[in-house]
Design a binder for this molecule. Structure first.
Ligand code: AMP
Ligand code: GLY
Length: 422
């Protein structure tokens, strides 16, 4: 099987890494990929989605997997399917579950899927009036994609009003903020769950926990995620069943009823409040760094999972997961998440300890390479050190042991990944 992966992050690297080990896979391509994915396959510099589809036809690509949300929201799946290609990801319409928070919240309300009490509006007076019915903190969200920055947790009514004013005036997020969601703040613990969907059926992967803040103890600014672990002991079988029955099943049925069956990864951001799962948001793709820890826990060949999902055959798949735990620690560049950082060479020490060598690996993200194959940290989140083990403690110790062997100027990491589980 020849497979094309769209994207350039650690998420796409980890999918490629899983496919590389898969006997059914012949050739792997990345578009655009990063400075390390060319070790797993071939990087393509084609940007236009129609040109990429033509490349897929000309090169006998059997399956395309889309990593990030932007191409999905742009409709890459529709373009590929119109040319008869097999592609794993939601249609442009189904991608609205992530592309528009207004669409998502109205969908949740229509199909009675538990979510925070909210209003959606483009009118400032209406937003202000609703704000006054809530107690602080108050959550204000821009409708469109804002690169993970469109959610403000306001600590006072005035702060919430200011956030609304800045969004609606177009000052903070341009057109993405022309409509807003104002909603109640939910107090609980947060989980990331991922369902691989084929429109009708789904496979729920192990629940993960992300660490969104930059600094230890969940302090500092929000980031794309500084580390993750799975499976989390914060979820028991009863909670998995509740998420399946109350969130995933009604979402798949609802999207079919809307004429936009959901195929691809349904990423459910959940807040568990008094033992009950409340949907915070949907994304229509894998989380990053969650993907980097879930891929190594998959025992079923990755090509089989993604191909069956893309061809409506999930009902014939008996998926198997490893019984280990995975912990991923992100190493980011010096100025993340504020600005880019000049390239810095990455040096990985030879790992002499057999136990560490056998149970850890790196998923590369923001890296470039030179002609000699040297890798450079290229800004943003640079790489993820992943450790596996029979306990979270063991997996975590190994991930941090690997972190100690990886060097680049300005490297930044949290030292408390998985603390909630220990
Ligand atoms: P979202 O992009 O909607 O997931 O929001 C980003 C982050 O904001 C989430 O991961 C939560 O940590 C937080 N958040 C969003 N909505 C709420 C809410 N209603 N109550 C509490 N925290 C929230
Ligand atoms: N790690 C969270 C995300 O990918 O959105």
């Amino acid at each position: 099987m020849n497979i094309l992966i769209l994207g350039s992050g650690g998420r796409e690297y980890s999918i490629g890494r899983a496919l590389k080990k898969d006997e059914a896979v012949d050739k792997l391509y990345f578009a655009p990929g990063n400075g390390a994915t060319n070790e797993l396959g071939e990087n393509l510099s084609i940007k236009d989605y129609h040109d990429l589809a033509d490349f897929a036809i000309a090169n006998n690509i059997d399956l395309t997997i889309v990593g990030p949300e932007a191409p999905l929201v742009d409709g890459v799946v529709d373009i590929f399917k119109a040319k008869g290609l097999t592609i794993f990801g939601p249609s442009k319409e189904a991608a609205q579950l992530e592309g528009s928070k207004v669409y998502m919240k109205n969908f949740l309300a229509k199909y009675e899927i538990p979510t925070a009490r909210y209003i959606e509006t483009g009118l400032i007076e209406e937003a202000f009036k609703f704000i006054m019915t809530l107690e602080a903190p108050i959550v204000v969200k821009a409708d469109g994609l804002c690169g993970g920055k469109g959610v403000i947790i306001a600590m006072s009514h005035d702060e919430a009003k200011k956030a609304v004013s800045e969004m609606l005036s177009g000052k903070s997020f341009g057109d993405a903020g022309k409509k807003v969601i104002v909603e109640e703040f939910l107090d609980g613990y947060e989980l990331s769950m991922f369902a691989i969907c084929d429109g009708d059926d789904f496979i729920l992967l192990q629940a993960a926990q992300d660490h969104k803040r930059l600094l230890d103890g969940d302090q500092g600014p929000n980031t794309g995620g500084m580390g993750a672990y799975a499976p989390t002991p914060l979820v028991d079988d009863a909670l998995y069943e509740k998420v399946k029955d109350r969130v995933i099943r009604p979402t798949l049925n609802g999207m079919k009823a809307e004429g936009a069956p959901f195929e691809g990864v349904l990423f459910i951001g959940i807040m568990v409040v008094n033992g009950e799962p409340i949907t915070l948001e949907f994304n229509v793709r894998f989380g990053d760094p969650e993907c980097e820890i879930l891929m190594p826990l998959l025992k079923t060949p990755a090509s089989e999972l993604f191909y069956k999902a893309a061809t409506k055959q999930l009902d014939t798949l008996n998926v198997e997961f490893s019984d280990e735990y995975a912990v991923g620690v992100v190493m980011a560049s010096k100025d993340y998440p504020y600005s880019s950082t000049p390239p810095a060479e990455i040096v990985v020490d030879e790992i002499v300890h057999e136990d560490i060598r056998a149970n850890t690996h790196i998923s590369y993200a923001g890296v470039s390479s030179d002609d000699e194959g040297k890798l450079y940290a290229d800004g943003g989140r640079v790489l993820v050190c992943v450790g596996l083990g029979e306990s979270i403690q063991k997996a975590r110790d190994r991930a941090y042991a690997l972190c100690g062997q990886v060097h680049f100027a300005g490297k930044k990491l949290r030292t408390d990944i998985a603390y909630q589980a220990l």
